[in-house]
Design a protein around this ligand. Structure first.
Ligand SMILES: [Zn+2]
Length: 423
């Protein structure tokens, strides 16, 4: 990690600011700009942790912050330790420690044994620009405190980033949720990540969420979640075009809008719109797109040279082919609308399910038309399997939606995410 100091700017600064607030050193604004108030928060943190209070986040201070970013520490058992005492020292609970260490016997701690100690704070950040790096760290953090979570990769992006998926539940009814096909719509990634965190927490605590018994869902269903289908695009939108990007010159050429990538780029890093790269009336789409000026790589709507030409769409399609999904949700923004049809190929029950989703989310039902009606993931899923597939357009406003919408979006979609696994 780079050294952060007064004047530094970026998503990494934002992540630290959010952490400082979470652990009681509020820097006032979480804006990605390392100003005087952030410096004062860092100094206070350094003082309380026996570090040189210089207000700079160099390697040593970063090392002290890292476990907090991950949400857990590794602790080596010493003579006389009890989990109760360790939990107190870390401001956490014995239950959290026991969950994170399923093979450790609390009544027979061995000296020198290493255990995972989750902090009393939640892992998933919901108030910052949610980059691939942050997602990766959050996945590590969740996996450490909830070892029953299964994490895998369905493939790699053009630039080699992992296309992570997480699996919750262990039942025969398989469903699949994905987010961030479109770069500007990255808020759908923390939406799915937060759902995983809350679901896992409820599973451990044996509590209900919105009247849904999580243990019952766990036994009945398996929920596969791919929170970020387009990590290269999300990185471009959130961190800007970096000089070491292998498509640096091409991207400048492809972005004909004259506007910053952060405002316009929805495609993957090769300028292909991933949600128009599936084999569902793709040829027809291509002709219309060409007529409307989307015949070559660009920020949006270019469907690629052929269906599944991109490693991201290929990975999602392969992942789908390798499972037996009864239903899929593809999360996008915005419009507060649910799309549920494709060429009358959807099964009759799709309407009933869509109406239920509409009721629990407050979103209206829509039928896509024009360019929006072809070659998307849900289109392809409906066409191939004749099973219910949905595009959920979360939130309202102009993309990218501000992260301040997160709480409303989460609140509107939590029940839908639960219901989709049992409906
Ligand atoms: Zn979209």
């Amino acid at each position: 990690m780079r050294v952060l100091r007064l004047g530094s700017r970026g998503t990494d600064v934002m992540e630290i600011q959010a952490l400082l607030r979470k652990i009681g050193y509020d820097p006032r604004s979480i804006d990605g700009i390392f100003g005087e108030e952030t410096r004062q928060s860092v100094i206070a943190f350094q003082r309380n942790n026996g570090l040189t209070p210089d207000g700079v986040i160099g390697p040593i201070t970063h090392k002290a912050l890292e476990p907090l970013l991950l949400g857990y520490d590794i602790y080596k058992i010493r003579s006389g330790d009890t989990l109760y005492q360790i939990a107190r020292n870390y401001y956490t609970t014995v239950e959290k420690i026991v969950t994170a260490n399923p093979t450790v016997n609390p009544y027979n701690l061995r000296i020198g044994q290493q255990i995972v100690v989750p902090f009393g704070i939640d892992v998933v950040a919901t108030n910052i620009a949610y980059t691939y790096e942050i997602m990766e760290r959050n996945i590590r953090g969740l996996r450490a405190r909830y070892p029953f979570l299964e994490v895998g990769s369905a493939g790699r992006s053009v630039l080699g980033r992992e296309l992570y998926y997480l699996k919750i539940g262990n039942g025969p009814n398989q469903v699949f949720y994905n987010g961030s096909h479109h770069s500007l719509e990255w808020i759908t990634t923390p939406l799915l990540m937060k759902f995983i965190e809350n679901f896992s927490k409820a599973y451990v605590q044996e509590t209900n969420i919105r009247g849904y018994d999580v243990r019952t869902i766990w036994d009945k269903s398996t929920i596969y979640i791919m929170p970020m289908v387009n990590p290269d695009g999300v990185d471009l939108v959130l961190n800007g075009l970096q000089p070491d990007n292998p498509f640096y010159n091409e991207l400048l050429k492809w972005n004909i809008t004259g506007l910053p990538f952060s405002q316009v780029w929805n495609a993957n890093i090769r300028g292909v719109d991933l949600n128009h790269n599936y084999d569902a009336l793709w040829e027809r789409y291509k002709v219309i797109a060409q007529q409307q000026g989307y015949g070559s790589p660009g920020p949006t709507r270019y469907p690629g040279k052929n269906p599944e030409s991109e490693p991201e769409t290929r990975a999602v399609a392969d992942f789908t082919r390798n499972h037996n999904f009864r239903l899929v949700l593809a999360y996008h923004t915005q419009g507060e609308v649910i799309f549920w049809t494709f060429q009358n190929l959807e099964p009759p029950e799709a309407r009933t399910i869509a109406e239920l989703f509409s009721r629990v989310s407050g979103y209206r039902l829509g039928e896509a038309y024009g360019l929006g009606a072809y070659s998307g993931y849900k289109d392809w899923f409906i066409q191939q399997y004749r099973r219910p597939g949905f595009t959920i357009e979360a939130g309202l406003g102009k993309n990218p939606l501000p992260i301040t919408q997160f709480d409303k979006i989460y609140n509107d979609n939590e029940e839908l995410l639960l219901l989709a696994s049992v409906v």
